[in-house]
Design a protein around this ligand. Structure first.
Ligand code: NAI
Length: 350
């Protein structure tokens, strides 16, 4: 079913407020979920609201958090989220990083003790819209084998960067460091289909095509992706003093406890390097040159990262709104807060 932006956002906001979140935090969270869903990342949109509502209702997301900010140097600081809703913690951390980078040229801001923060491209884009270059990455629950391993050790640990151009374009790259998200395995299970052999492994660490036999996801590009997911965990976990590696809390285990996740924003003022105007001009040139390159057969065009997400958003609105699965809309419109579906120990459950 198609919903307007306002309707989808308000339904999600209202549900999370009913679960116990403050209006301010529900508004911010719903805005980012909508940002993600309208760009075609349905996996990080409305489908998450029931899980968040269950965690909020059970006390695993602090509804009235005591945020603390510790400036540890002219270009560094730690924002402690007191296990508040991750979206708000990541936004507040980015606001600090933007302020610091504008003042001192560079900001490295860690966020500790937070909950899931969804599509992290949103936070990098916040900085790019303020004429800054940004990188952000965060931990997520262990689901991927290290290269050559048999057990999940790292999460799908996403990486995003965003930069401005001299025109309206903003380059926003945003990816998980696993070949596929867990949601894609679930889709195949429910469709009774097999999965490609390079998506996941069984309990012996060997490739599987039966989605029911998946024991762990695999890093992108083998050992190289393994190194990237390790980098994310070091910078947003080990460095910040929160649980790391296989000790990172599971999304679906004990929803009454805070998740204690970490995230890191690195923000740079181009003015301190080539100069802002020159940087933006060069970035426009990069996008122009890429877009003008003849595409390989079957590809249509070479896109800059984030371009297709905006095309999906524009197409959705031109076709009458954001497509949301009927079942999810029914839940959002119902009086139910949650159906007790997410509190279990099996990260690979349906
Ligand atoms: P994806 O595979 O759809 O896209 C990855 C990147 O590749 C994007 O920046 C996209 O712009 C770019 N891209 C894709 N196709 C392209 C093309 N044809 N030309 C040019 N660029 C192209 O994204 P993925 O890995 O499935 O991640 C989805 C979302 O999940 C992201 O928003 C990510 O932040 C989020 N996520 C969040 C986690 C968390 O714990 N908070 C964990 C894992 C993912």
């Amino acid at each position: 079913m198609r919903l307007s932006r306002d309707e989808l956002k308000n339904l999600m906001k209202t549900k999370m407020m009913r679960a116990g979140l403050s209006e301010e935090h529900a508004e911010q969270t719903a805005e980012i979920l909508t940002w993600s869903h309208e760009r075609g990342y349905a996996s990080h949109g409305a489908v998450r609201v029931e899980y968040y509502s269950e965690r909020i209702a059970k006390g695993g997301i602090t509804t009235n958090p005591n945020f603390t900010w510790k400036e540890t140097g002219p270009c560094s600081g730690i924002f402690d989220g007191d296990n508040g809703v991750g979206y708000v913690v990541a936004v507040e951390g980015m606001k600090k990083a933007i302020e610091m980078a504008k003042k001192n040229g560079v900001a490295v801001v860690g966020m500790s003790n937070m909950s899931h923060s969804g599509s992290i491209g949103y936070y990098a884009e916040m900085a790019a819209k303020q004429d800054l270059a940004a990188i952000t990455f965060c931990q997520s629950d262990p689901m991927a084998v290290p290269y050559g391993g048999t057990e999940p050790y790292y999460g799908t640990n996403p990486i995003s960067f965003a930069v401005p151009t001299a025109d309206e374009r903003v380059v926003v790259f945003d990816m998980a460091t696993t070949v596929q998200a867990w949601g894609k395995i679930l889709d195949k299970r429910s469709a009774g289909a097999s999965i490609p052999a390079d998506w996941a492994v069984d309990d012996k660490g060997l490739p599987v095509t039966d989605p029911h036999k998946v024991n762990a996801l695999v890093p992108i590009a083998g050992a190289k992706g393994y190194g990237l997911m390790m980098m994310v965990d070091i910078f947003s976990g080990v460095l910040l003093g929160v649980p790391f590696g296989k000790h990172v809390s599971s999304m679906y285990h004990d929803l009454s406890e805070g998740r204690r996740l970490g995230q890191m924003h690195i923000v740079i003022d181009p003015e301190r390097f080539i100069g802002l105007d020159a940087f933006k001009k060069s970035m426009s040139q990069v996008c122009d040159e890429l877009g003008a390159m003849p595409a390989a057969e079957g590809y249509g065009k070479v896109y800059y990262p984030g371009e297709r997400a905006l095309m999906r958003r524009d197409k959705a609105y031109a076709s009458g709104g954001i497509e949301v699965v009927d079942e999810i809309v029914d839940y959002l419109r119902s009086d139910a807060i949650h159906f007790n579906r997410y509190d279990h120990k099996n990260r690979f459950a349906d």
